[in-house]
Design a protein around this ligand. Sequence first.
Ligand code: SF4
Ligand code: SF4
Length: 319
Amino acid sequence: MRDKIIELAKKCDADLVGFAPADRFEKNDAIFRLFPEVKTVIGLGFRVLRGIYRGVEEGTTYYQYTTMGVENLEETVMPMALLRVAGLIESEGYLALPQRRSPLILSETGETNPEMQYSDIYRGVTAETQLDFLDCAVKCGLGERSKIGTLLTPEYGPFIRYCFILTDMELALTPLFEGTLCDGCDECIKACHGGAIDKDGKLDTWQCAVYYSGANGKKNPFMPPEAFASYPHDRKMEIINGLAHFDAESAKEALENIYFYPPAKHYYRTSICGRACDRACYIHLEAKGVLTKKFNHPFREKPDWELSTKQYQTGKRED
Ligand code: SF4
Ligand code: SF4
């Protein structure tokens, strides 16, 4: 049955499949609150195609990352795979509980999910029964937790999204990933367009939300000269230069001023930073030669680009 699950998951576009026995989890883990009889957690990993990041990397097309790399994977490809694999398990007489992220539900009232429109997020709703997705992925042997709390896989580095199935079927385990991909190089921290990750790797979700959506004028080809016109000039330039600090309230105000690009459906904000943190990490891991999925050319072949912010000084478009 394990082979059949892997075969079907791969037919449904999963690139990685891992199996964690329930005894890898603490007794108070959410998996037992969700499904007390759970015997196995099945992790499915879906690579975000490297080509999808190209547009952001080159500053040419941005929509593909958010629609194809985030929204379509999370809302279409991954749920379809979950349903089909869960269906296979249930056809054998076992229960299968699919688990995809609930991106609009946060247990922390003070946090946000930078990928989503902040005003559509439900905060403070109990999320006790939501899995710790990163922990599950590690326990399923898909990869390791990086310094900044992303999943790094030996195949695709940080270019991966994942979901799970809990089942009462016992299946042979996948060994935990034993390698070390994250070397603490801090390239991810340095690459962020808005200083959203501190030196210890902690992400400020509101700071990230503002710069994920494109507040840095040096990295946003769509920002008009009159952007942030209602702000005092110094504050405006601080924001546009990626140097401003935001708390929740000031971040919400800034986000209301960042609609320079159409949003995707399902409440997803368009990523203008194009996850520069993950791209920097990928470039670093690729250069070290530690990723097993090889390409004919390196991901970044020329220096990273940056736009002039002169037009924001005057509020007039530069020709
Ligand atoms: S860039 Fe990647 S390898 Fe380097 S510290 Fe960040 S997560 Fe770790
Ligand atoms: S690069 Fe983008 S996704 Fe990464 S921390 Fe910065 S704003 Fe957030």
